[in-house]
Design a protein around this ligand. Structure first.
Ligand SMILES: Nc1ncnc2c1ncn2[C@@H]1O[C@H](COP(=O)(O)OP(=O)(O)O)[C@@H](O)[C@H]1O
Ligand SMILES: O=C(OP(=O)(O)O)[C@H](O)COP(=O)(O)O
Length: 395
């Protein structure tokens, strides 16, 4: 990666504004249920503390629609960080107001402030230059480490870089190096596994990866649009009618490029979209009317596992079925197991597939689980991420 990092700039004694993605999930009692994104930001924060920077952390949390709403306050994240760092993280009451400014001005070397949720101002998502300038005025250096939000061109993720020296943190560096490496110099065979609900969400990734992979595996709800394109009856399975032609074109392109293209050969079908719906296994050309595909079947699990077995690199995004429900999670479990056992460089996109891998206990066996759902998808589509493009290039 040719972007400057925290190690390329002298931070000692300087006020450093660090954009993190602290958009973490909470339970009903307000407890953080998955602190992965906070933990992944620690390396950069600790580096800055150790190198005597005055650290000003900022992030969004949820979608508060440009208004102060304490339901989306970052105070619980500051509390979590204070414990994790073993030092106080001084929580400001506002974003660019008196509280944020006076704490920033009083910071000693190695101290840490957290300003409030940047999305409490509607100017944030509009990437308003005046707001970006005001944010920038809190600090002398800008560090972006918010990979999960790097696909957003907002004031705190991109605009602020117009006013300060701008470098990336360790998390962005890690995400880009690992995912970028897989795309540009994959250890072969390179196998991509795509699942999840919709073709329309993943078609950009499919198209970009068709030029790079040796094998493309399609499972999950979106497989039924492809099966429909092959002329199979798919019962009441989810299908995007306006993407059937695109699915045909994609399969033709795969053939042209010599990419092995695998679809489910059997499926767990159910009578309705319910956790405890009556279900059975049928071949892909035998889906009865009134039944919907909810998971890949056992023959498909074997077929996919076989293709994954000898892989050098695996990129996986999207579950193989409705994996939130136990009765339809077997395909996702089988694929997670196959990826874990493959010994391949394994990269899991964020979102539901990352959640499934963590829940199933395979996280330790994967090379990399991205902290960004939307951001990792856009990166795999080959798109330029504004939160990275805005950073200073290495000399
Ligand atoms: N056969 C299916 N029918 C309906 N929904 C499905 C099916 N397979 C997977 N899904 C749904 O797809 C969703 C995940 O898709 P997506 O958001 O694209 O994944 P990711 O977040 O990993 O990118 C889950 O809610 C899952 O229940
Ligand atoms: O959680 C996030 O995205 P993700 O669910 O796609 O990983 C990021 O924090 C971005 O949030 P946003 O989609 O409200 O801009």
């Amino acid at each position: 990666m040719n972007k400057k990092t925290v190690e390329d700039i002298d931070v000692a004694g300087k006020r450093v504004l660090v954009r993190c993605d602290f958009n973490v999930p909470f339970d009903a009692e307000g407890n953080i249920t998955d602190p992965k994104r906070i933990n992944e930001a620690m390396k950069t924060i600790k580096y800055l503390i150790d190198h005597k920077a005055k650290v000003i952390l900022c992030s969004h949390l949820g979608r508060p629609k440009g208004e102060f709403n304490m339901k989306y306050s970052l105070a619980p994240v500051a509390e979590y960080l204070s414990k994790a760092l073993g030092q106080e993280v001084k929580m400001a009451k506002d974003v660019v107001g008196e509280s944020a400014k006076s704490i920033a001005a009083s910071l000693q070397d190695g101290e840490v402030e957290m300003i409030e949720n940047v999305r409490f101002h509607k100017e944030e998502e509009k990437n308003d230059p005046a707001f970006a300038k005001e944010l920038a005025s809190l600090a002398e250096i800008y560090v972006n480490d918010a990979f999960g939000t790097a696909h957003r061109a907002h004031a705190s993720t991109a605009g602020v870089a117009d006013y300060l020296p701008a470098v990336c943190g360790y998390l962005i560096q890690k995400e880009i190096t690992i995912m970028g490496g897989a795309l540009t110099e994959p250890k072969r065979p390179f196998v991509a596994i795509l699942g999840g609900a919709k073709v329309s969400d993943k078609i950009g990734v499919i198209t970009n990866l068709l030029d790079k992979v040796d094998t493309l595996i399609i499972g999950g709800g979106m497989a039924y649009t492809f099966m429909n394109a092959l002329g199979y009856s798919i019962g009441t399975s989810i299908c995007e009618g306006d993407k059937v032609e695109l699915a045909k074109d994609t399969m033709a392109k795969a053939k042209e490029k010599g990419v092995k293209f695998l679809l489910p050969v059997d499926n767990v079908v159910a009578t309705e979209y319910k956790a405890d719906a009556e279900n059975k296994v049928v071949d892909s050309d035998q889906i009865p009317d009134g039944w919907m595909g909810m998971d890949i079947g056992p023959k498909t699990c074997e077929l996919f596992a076989d293709a994954i077995k000898g892989a050098g690199t695996v990129v996986w995004n999207g579950p193989m079925g409705v994996s939130e429900w136990d009765a339809f999670a077997n395909g996702t479990i089988a694929v997670a197991k196959a990826v874990a056992d493959s010994g391949a460089i394994s990269i899991i996109g964020g979102g539901d597939s990352a959640a499934a891998v963590e829940k199933l206990g395979f996280a330790d066996k994967m090379t990399h689980i991205s902290t960004g759902g939307g951001a990792s998808l856009e990166f795999l589509e080959g798109k330029v991420l504004p939160g990275i493009a805005c950073l200073n290039d290495k000399d």
